[in-house]
Design a protein around this ligand. Structure first.
Ligand code: G6P
Length: 614
């Protein structure tokens, strides 16, 4: 989704803003722009395409100024082109605005403004907002802050905005509702950075303020004021960010995605650290404490998420029902919120989100909360909107995930959900002491097994060479690994643009089998769990129809080796933990196929890392 960066201080703003925009490229975008103030002159430069296209456009321009802002746009209203790119000017070009989100009532406001003589260059809702602020300031002869405040009281929708004015050349105004915005604070408040997430900020400062909904920040050299849109001042809560620059750089890998796949032994380890000590039989999620009884005695658990997080939720359904013996429903947040769901006050809701900013998940949480349910979050981004909207939660501690296709977030989410389920199972006495202890030991050793699984990388690359030109692929798995089949198919389509379908292996007979011929690669998750024999039969059914089988098997599986075209061997583990290993080869397969097809794996077309609009 769109990215916002802004700077106010002593240094040249443009290089800081451009570097920040590059750090936000991972979010997905189609055009970029900057605005700068120099000696009371406000200039805007914008271009369709990448930040490097914008840089080329700026190369021969004399740009200077110690206050500036930049934007990467992911088109919602109006096609991606130079005009619709942000920043947008007011009619008199004295005001400029950047915006993330959607102003839902923009058409009505646009109409009214046109009656008052405003002309619009593009089709965006954001351009309407800056004209609206201009009009309010003119009509009320008020300060820019007041005009922004009045405008935000009128608009319906979601926004994170930054506004600059040639008439207030030492000031940045920023506001948010349902779209994230972080303020980085320099020494003695002499400098400020603003961004959609902390990645453009952490190389300068670790002190940040996450703006809350309906808040407006007024930043000037030496001062930061935050008021809400009713004009009530609030005391900013300054947090210390525990992030390093290494965490958001590629560290020698060709792409963030590959780095993140290979980080999984460490990210899962970090997720377990301090929470699970098998030797002492210790398992504790510090963030789930006050409301634990609501989870323990819940009649039903509803799991909400989108994309990969929804897949982690599906895995959790199997895990919770098996270990905790509580009925679970897994819902796409976007469907749940629009279908008048039945929610009881004794329901526990688990909301899963890597970014903690997905608009649909956030809205679904608010809906469940309004019906009295208790909400637990499983988020990766500390301080994110979802983390703050839930009653309690456990962070995944996977570190920043920059590649658009989610990898290490998935394994960390499953790890947290496993710990939650085991905690409940133990407290509800659904699991025997010995089994509980064995599972703790095995979960503790999973990072090592992930590291071992990653050794198959080169073999997978060879398989990818064979199937790189496929136009379709099917992924099949059962039980805990049915959601992993969905996740494998999602990874492939996201980054290689090959059409792929995930199915429960037994369902193949009810449809997908019609697709199978000698051209169709079928990826089976065929490990030795309780459905092994059934999956072996499914493999035979595919081979009988001349399909090409790539099977993920346990080490030393001679039976499947004799049937499949290719086998990928992974270590054995308990059934309930298998998704943490089986997903790894599927991530690598998608990665290598996409690279061989010349695709940009970190920034796949049309996708956004965090979808902050409906
Ligand atoms: C987008 C991303 C996916 C992600 C989904 C949910 O579609 O491209 O990778 O799984 O959003 O995001 P969340 O941050 O809520 O986990």
């Amino acid at each position: 989704m769109c990215g916002i960066v802004a700077y106010l201080g002593e240094q040249e703003a443009c290089p800081i803003v451009l570097k920040g925009l590059k750090r936000l490229e991972y979010r997905g975008y189609d055009s970029a722009g900057v605005a700068l103030i120099h000696q009371n002159n406000l200039s805007v430069f914008k271009k369709k395409g990448k930040v490097t296209d914008l840089e080329k456009h700026l190369a021969d321009k004399a740009i200077t100024g110690s206050i500036g802002m930049g934007h990467t746009r992911w088109a919602t209203h109006g096609e991606p082109n130079d005009i619709n790119a942000h920043p947008h000017f007011s009619s008199d070009s004295r005001l400029a605005l950047i915006h993330n989100g959607i102003i839902e009532n923009y058409a009505t406001i646009r109409q009214e403004l046109m009656h008052k003589g405003h002309q619009f260059l593009g089709q965006t809702d954001s351009e309407v907002l800056v004209h609206f602020i201009e009009q309010i300031q003119k009509e009320n002869q008020c300060s820019l802050f007041e005009a922004v405040r009045i405008a935000l009281n009128e608009v319906v929708g979601a926004y994170a905005i930054v506004v600059m004015s040639a008439d207030d050349p030492n000031q940045l105004l920023a506001a948010r509702k349902s779209s994230p915005l972080v303020i980085g604070i320099g020494k003695d408040q002499k400098e400020f950075w603003l961004a959609s997430d902390a990645t453009p900020i952490i190389e300068y400062t670790n002190e940040v303020v996450y703006l809350d909904d309906h808040q407006i920040a007024i930043l000037q050299k030496g001062s930061m004021e935050i008021k809400d849109i009713s004009n009530v001042p609030t005391t900013p809560y300054i947090q210390y960010l525990d992030l390093t620059l290494d965490a958001i750089e590629k560290g020698g890998f060709d792409s963030f995605m590959l780095k993140e796949i290979f980080e999984q032994p460490e990210s899962v380890h970090n997720c377990l650290r301090g929470r699970l000590i098998a030797e002492k039989g210790h398992l504790q999620l510090g963030g789930i404490n006050k409301y634990i009884d609501r989870l323990l005695y819940a009649k039903r658990i509803i799991i909400l998420g989108c994309g990969t997080s929804w897949h982690a939720g599906l895995v959790a359904e199997y895990i919770f029902e098996e270990l905790a013996r509580i009925p679970v429903e897994v819902e796409y947040a976007s469907e749940f919120r629009y279908r008048n769901p039945i929610i009881y006050p004794d329901d526990a809701v688990i909301a899963i989100s890597q970014s903690g900013e997905t608009a649909d998940t956030l809205a679904a949480i608010e809906l469940a909360k309004s019906k009295g349910a208790t909400i637990f979050g499983v988020c990766n981004v500390v301080g994110s909107s979802i983390a703050r909207a839930t009653h309690e939660g456990a962070y995944t501690h996977a570190g920043p995930e920059i590649g658009v296709a989610s990898t290490k977030a998935f394994t960390a989410q499953v790890t947290v959900l496993l710990m939650m389920a085991l905690m409940i199972a133990k407290k509800r006495q659904n699991v025997a002491e010995a089994q509980f202890s064995e599972l703790l030991y095995e979960l503790e050793s999973i990072p090592e097994k992930i590291a071992k699984t990653l050794k198959i990388n080169e073999e997978i690359e060879k398989i990818a060479h064979i199937y790189q030109h496929s136009s379709n692929m099917i992924y099949l798995g059962r039980g805990y690994n049915f959601p992993v089949a969905l996740e494998g198919a999602l990874k492939l389509k996201e980054i290689s643009y090959i059409h792929a379908e995930g199915y429960p292996a037994a369902e193949m007979k009810h449809g997908p089998i019609a697709l199978i011929d000698e051209e169709m690669p079928v990826v089976f998750i065929a490990i030795k769990d309780n459905s092994y024999e059934k999956v072996v039969s499914n493999i035979q059914e595919v081979k009988a129809r001349k399909g090409r089988v790539i099977a993920i098997v346990n080490e030393g599986d001679n039976l499947i080796s004799s049937m499949a075209d290719h086998v990928i061997e992974i270590p054995a583990t308990y059934d309930v933990l298998t998704p943490l290993l089986t997903v790894i080869p599927l991530q690598l397969l998608a990665y290598h196929i996409a690279v061989l097809r010349g695709c940009n794996v970190d920034q796949p077309r049309n996708l956004a890392k965090s979808v902050t609009v409906e």
